[in-house]
Ligand binder design. Sequence first.
Ligand SMILES: NC(=O)c1ccc[n+]([C@@H]2O[C@H](COP(=O)([O-])OP(=O)(O)OC[C@H]3O[C@@H](n4cnc5c(N)ncnc54)[C@H](OP(=O)(O)O)[C@@H]3O)[C@@H](O)[C@H]2O)c1
Length: 256
Amino acid sequence: MDGLKACSVLVTGSNRGIGLELVRQLSEKRNGPEWIFATCRDTEGPHAQDLKDVAAKHREVKIILLEVTDHSSIQAAAARVTEHLQGAGLNLLLNNAGIIRLSTLESETAEDMAEVYKTNVIGPMLVSQAFLPLLRKASQESPQPGMSCSKAAIVNVSSGGGSITDLRLWHLGQNVNYRCSKAAVNMLTRCQSLGYAEDEILCVALNPGWVKTDMGSMTAPTTVDTRVRVILNTLGRLSEKDNGAFLNWEGTALPW
Ligand SMILES: NC(=O)c1ccc[n+]([C@@H]2O[C@H](COP(=O)([O-])OP(=O)(O)OC[C@H]3O[C@@H](n4cnc5c(N)ncnc54)[C@H](OP(=O)(O)O)[C@@H]3O)[C@@H](O)[C@H]2O)c1
């Protein structure tokens, strides 16, 4: 992750799983970010304890309340982050929070489809809108040419399950709500990459692969710390040539 030199990073859904590990490894990085905004939707409950333990050891970690399906919560989080940054911009936004509802094509419900879409697609869209002024500021004030995650970037955490052309894991889980939401977040990323190109804000959809988390389950082949190490290295290497791409954890382009 030596290549990643973002001064400020925000991670949604950072109280467990991939989000928590991103915060942990960023906070342990030598010459790491000055600000790590670790957001979660229940900052006081028992589910925030692991994150609180990380924040207690690293003063650059600021825990911010953020429910990605709630517009006023997003606005309040953006205001708090703006306050912390004291006039500086935000370099890297990681839209990581996500949910899945196990289902088959027959058992899928309107409620689950809507809830998953609201969290996995509308959430990243609204969060990106709210933090856009800070991302723009970071880009404008950066002396670096081109695009990078160290300068200004939106990384939408997607999934191989969102690929329309590669449905290899269909037999392991149909989960139509999740597949549709991740295909949509890929499209959101493409739109953002066009819309924010002039601002030199890099936008990518990143598939972290199947990892051992509550969502991935313990049958996943890879531990979260191993995978997040690779992801952070990859983020450090991304540039304008990756803008609008759908990538796996190593930065390889995936079929849409
Ligand atoms: N694990 C895998 O194998 C895998 C594979 C491909 C893609 N992904 C993607 O990677 C990302 C992280 O997954 P994970 O495996 O770390 O999942 P996880 O262990 O289930 O954690 C999900 C995180 O998202 C948060 N979250 C859910 N809904 C939220 C909301 N409405 N507002 C704010 N936060 C919310 C959760 O907070 P609470 O604790 O409050 O619920 C939790 O922090 C997701 O986008 C997922 O789709 C994971």
